[in-house]
Write a protein that binds this ligand. Structure first.
Ligand code: 13P
Length: 392
């Protein structure tokens, strides 16, 4: 299960002078192309899903595939929510299996950015999950011609960066130093002295959004000054689109023929980035140094008084399920009835937590306390509760 703690992963890159690609994926072709590249390059990788793309795919379906693929990968993987727009997006992303999150409040005034980011940090850290904050504004939209979304790029101020990190306790900081999302005509001009000044103020992995379209030398300068995560999408989208256009020259008759070669095209582009950014060949070391990402099963087995109607018990569990499922860090709630005649316990809850930190935050959550105290415990005096952490 090479899902690993994203904080450990990025700090490894940060301390060892290389950067890990966070590649946004929008389909299974992207997912497979990116992972095949990582395995061929023996590189750690971040599978990133951006909320701005959710109109193009069903987030829950693609997350199910992403988690399954990450778990069977031979290299260290983290799964990240990119540019979440609200707290609910973050809760949902954690429920679906993201182990790193970003809520992008960078377009808001500084105080509002701090307030919202802090809220996310509080929530995510209670689930063991690291948070990326953004300060300054990187204009544009992933995968689109940047000139269409000129916006006003706002550069990150080094002094504000120091305050922002102290006030929010983010784990990684995305900075604005001249990149844009999408493709610009010409090469972006980067403010490297500004990056250097930010790096002197904050000692944590820096993140660059708008990773497409820089020169090899610019990428190296970024990494030299603390950048450990580079977000990358537009060039992958272009590689896929170019391949489809090329296929069109042969007038394909089927959908699968139109998509021939898309996955390898994405894979080639990702492999080139991994080589350039220095993450190639780091998989083994990262696996040895970083904590594995382990989920927890919170198992509650119970009996009720013999006088109690079964329908009442089932109704209590039916009411509890959505309530408990909504608590941050809960990934799934299973309610069950024993199939073993005369077994020690007749009913169970099996609640999957994203991480062992959720044991405490779930226990103390007001919705859990209210439900347990008023609906569950009064009828389930005979019960056994155990938390099991996943093994390799
Ligand atoms: P590009 O689309 O410019 O590669 O940027 C991707 C990105 O920053 C996603 O957050």
């Amino acid at each position: 299960m090479p899902l690993v703690d994203m904080r450990d992963m990025l700090f490894h890159a940060y301390r060892n002078g290389y950067a890990i690609g966070a590649f946004d994926l929008v389909s299974l072709d992207f997912l497979e192309g990116i992972l095949q590249a990582a395995e061929r390059q023996q590189s750690p990788v971040i599978l990133s899903l951006a909320e701005s793309h959710f109109d193009h795919y069903n987030f829950a379906y693609l997350m199910a595939a992403t988690v399954a693929a990450a778990r069977s990968a031979q290299v260290p993987v983290a799964i990240h929510l990119d540019h979440g727009t609200e707290i609910e997006s973050v809760v949902r992303a954690i429920r679906l299996g993201c182990n790193g999150v970003m809520l992008d409040a960078s377009h808001l005034p500084y105080e509002d950015n701090v307030r919202l980011t802090r809220e996310v940090v509080h929530l995510a850290h209670a689930c063991g999950i690291p948070v990326e904050g953004e300060l300054g504004y990187v204009a544009g939209v992933e995968g689109e011609d940047a000139q269409k979304h000129p916006g006003n790029l706002i550069y990150t101020s080094p002094e504000e960066a120091r305050r922002f990190v102290a006030e929010t306790q983010v784990d990684f900081l995305a900075v604005s130093i001249g990149t844009v999302h999408g493709r610009l005509k010409g090469t972006p001009q980067l403010d490297i002295p500004r990056l250097q000044a930010i790096h002197q103020q904050v000692d944590l992995p820096l993140v660059i959004h708008g990773g497409t379209g820089l020169t090899d030398a610019q990428y190296r300068q970024l990494i030299d000054h603390g950048v450990a995560k580079i977000n990358y999408y537009t060039a992958l989208s272009e590689a896929a689109a170019n391949q489809i256009q090329e296929n069109g020259r042969h007038q394909p008759r089927s959908y699968t023929d139109w998509l021939q070669g898309v996955r390898p095209a994405i894979q080639r582009e990702v492999e080139a980035r991994m080589q350039l950014w220095g993450s190639s060949g780091k998989a083994e070391e990262v696996l040895a140094r970083c904590k594995r990402w382990r989920e927890v099963e919170h198992v509650v087995e119970f009996n009720v008084d013999a006088s109690m109607e079964e329908a009442q018990v089932l109704e209590m569990m039916r009411r509890g399920r959505p309530l408990l499922e909504a608590i941050p860090g809960v990934r799934r709630v299973f309610t069950g009835k024993s199939l073993t005649p005369g077994g020690r316990f007749r009913y169970c809850w099996i609640i999957r937590f994203a991480h062992s930190e959720v044991i405490a935050s779930y226990r103390d959550h007001p919705d859990h306390q209210q439900f347990a105290d008023t609906e569950f415990r009064p009828i389930a005096g005979d019960r056994l509760t155990i938390d099991f952490e996943e093994l390799d």
